[in-house]
Design a protein around this ligand. Sequence first.
Ligand code: ADP
Ligand code: MG
Length: 399
Amino acid sequence: MQSFDDILSRPTIFRDRNVLSPHYIPETLPHREKEIEKIMKAVSPALLGQRPRNILIYGKTGTGKTSSVKYVVEKFQSHPSESKAKVCYINCRVYNSRYRVVQHVIKEFIPEYDKAGYGLAFLYEKMLDWIEEDGKCLLIVLDEVDMVKDLDDLTYTLTRSNDDLEKGAVSIIGISNKLSFKERLDPRSRSTLFETEMVFSPYSSFQLKEILKQRIAIGFNEGSVDEAAVNLAAAIAAQDNGDARYALKLLLKAGEIAEDEGSQELVDKFVEQARKTVDEDISFEAISTLPKHQQLVLRAIAGLQLEGARYSRLGNNGDNGSALLSGEVYEKYVQTARVFRSEARSARWYREYLSDLEMLGLITMTESGKGQRGHTRFIKLAYSPEKVKKITEASLYGE
Ligand code: ADP
Ligand code: MG
């Protein structure tokens, strides 16, 4: 039996495990220098009291959007001219409506009005008064902006404020992991939000390697991570959407496995092992937090794959042997919705759900070859149908 002293004195490969956690913010963001500079340039007029153009930043998850903008926000706030230019970072996953966004601005800057019971119109007036006091320039960062339920209303209100203000201005930095929400907006809010567009591309395996190395230098003891392991983790994450968050998870998990096995060095076989666990964790989390109808679509695909779909073997699908046609998936979705006492939404929504699911890496889609039923798509789950069925059912039945 080991004592605490034995356990504590056991050699560890980690110097500081927190450095690998998603909450850790590194001091610099390698390979985002250009993007950061571009954002800084775009918002700099605010420091001179002029209204910056609105910006919309999009790109896949884990491409450093949130970190880069937070970096700029911090620099902005510590600039001496900050008195007249204010910035407010809002995570729309939590503050997901016009009312809650305005309320958050109030809470941040005019806390005396942060009380329950005030209506939107009242809070809006207070916000304008506060901006007009000395002609402030308010920069509102809306992270995960696609989560705002009444985004057209929010955009309208924030745009209108610029007409209502005699002095000062409001501008928006929107951030999104999905681009599909653009279609859902009415044309006016679309052109407002997308005044300036910026795309964050996925990291290459070389870039991910450097991002990992930056963390390894502070998070692990010297010499305890093998070069081949870093290469492998970077290569896997690059293949999988170029997602830095994923690369970091892989490294942390691999380190934990190495430690559990009593190894002094993180070598590539631990990365290989970590991959399975990390993929499962991520898919479970992603699926169970999806909105209901997207879960219903997934449940429908899983159901069809388990049944062995009727049409899927028609024609020559090449390596798409078990892929489904989007039409048959829609039919199944309608049925599945009924089973879960819900009504399926229109085909237009269905297509949007598919593209969201694809963005999340939960399904893959390929266009059909020419001549095959016009324009259709083959759909396939990225994870085992048994597992997807289990997770969606647990969540759809409310555990
Ligand atoms: P996004 O908002 O695009 O989904 P995040 O900014 O949240 O991505 O980044 C995901 C994770 O990857 C965070 O833990 C972040 O610290 C890390 N990360 C992303 N880009 C970089 C980078 N260029 N350098 C260092 N770490 C990064
Ligand atoms: Mg983000």
